[in-house]
Design a protein around this ligand. Sequence first.
Ligand code: GAP
Length: 561
Amino acid sequence: MSFIVKKTISGKDYYYLNENKRIDGKVKTKTIAYLGKTKKDAKQKAKKLMENVSSEKGKEQKKETKKDKMKEVKLEHKEISIEELTNFCKKKGFVFRSSDIYGGFAGFWDFGSVGSELKKNLKDAWWRYHVHGREDIVGIDGSIITNPKVWEASGHVTSFVDVAVKCKKCGNKTKLDKHELGKKKCEKCGGEFISKGEFNPMFITQVGPIKEDSVQAYLRPETAQLIFADFKLVQENARMQLPFGIAQVGKSFRNEISPRDFLFRSREFEQMEIEYFIEEKMKCPYMDECKGVNILVYDEKKQIDDKEPKLMDLYDAWKKQIIKTDWHAYWIAKEFEWFVELGAKPENFRIRQHCSDEKSHYSIDTWDLEYKFPMGWRELEGFANRGNFDLTQHQEYSKKSMEIMSKDNKKVLAHVVCEPSLGVERAFLVFIFDAYFKNEKGEVVLKLNPELAPIKAAVFPIVKKKEFETIAENIFKDLKKEWNIVYDKSRSIGRRYARNDEVGTPYCITVDGDSLKKKDVTIRNRDTTKQVRVKISDLRNILRKLINQEIEFENCGKLVR
Ligand code: GAP
């Protein structure tokens, strides 16, 4: 991603072309060229430079295409329905109905051998990017059941309500937000809904085995609230100073009236949330990172006027006050970047502002990052401006001060002007949808980013013979120390490749005739089917660089196919 920056040195303006690149998990900015002293010159020069870069890239690609014509594989992205994805996930061991042998249980899902790995990798990638990759965010791991006062203070006991409705025509049961009652028609048949009353989606449980002595408590409906309740302790222990964030990943539960669309709306799910605390009116110092981040923007006015969303640079959207706070624009840019860097398709994303009657009880302004699911545009991640609502409530209910000392030694109550809140399962769906390709034979190739791939490599002896098997088993044991690796010797090599392509294994390693003499192996790339030969002694190092995307596949060994 490249963008123009202005530097003022001794009162004079100078323009430069900068580029953001992700190296070792961190975004690093590099200056590519000096562009002159005026904005106009800078824009012209940058345009020319970018044209030159793309024509050079084009030439390089042409050369390569000629050279590799014989080996080129054609993968085509396939759009599939949510039902097709549900079947694929069950068949390949990603996800299936919980307690399937008993007919399942609506809204509950179990993750299988590859699904649990993908889900874990996704959460680890999120944690690396948001917690380990930054100095201003620390994590917590709060309990699922906590003192019920937390949910009284947060407003969830009284204000976290949906309306249960039933379609007069087709009987479809679903939930609506209060403001949608009387306005929204049945999505199945266009019929009118009748209200079946309000309900609170929190699961109630009893803490203490003897009923008379027990306390009514709740399974948490969001991970966010524990961050607010623990705010003071975490700030003190981790010695954080504003602005800073606290992150949490974990289970949340909502007794949804109509769990549907596979993992999209379930009763048990996981959230990855950040509460980012600032001193009121503190400016976001990272706004340059929003420059050049383009996304479809669908603000409240456009929705009311029935207009289409507009493609905008997030920095401009903030400058034009379509997105009101700098922190909001910044966090939307960071989250969008996270998805795209991990392989999601940018054209499937947009942001939508909540209309005034749609906002949650705690929110001043909310934007959703939406994704084009097969069922239509739907919320993927929410970004609410919660102000100081939650800390004020906990202060009042607990009678404990939630104020902390600011950098200039003033007592302040921190504000959360943007809370990025993402469902793990919805992100899981996005990465599979965007990675779902088919090859010329009609076989599925799941082009998952190696960081997310459930199995990092598969090791094969070319034939079932002792001398090949021994080498392959030793390689498997060595690589297994670091990653999830499979060893496979059954059926043809082609079948073994296909089995691994389907679950997204990026690299297949084969021990063949030459391996016995030369102590080397082939590595096959899932997306191009190209193969390189590398020394067994270098294999672990090379695989690490490939998984971390630190080298090009073609440069990691001798290209043989
Ligand atoms: N702390 C704010 C909060 O929980 P939310 O919009 O209710 O906000 C945040 O939820 C995210 O959690 C959603 O954008 C979605 O990704 C996920 N989520 C919410 N309800 C869900 C459900 N029933 N099933 C799966 N994911 C859900």
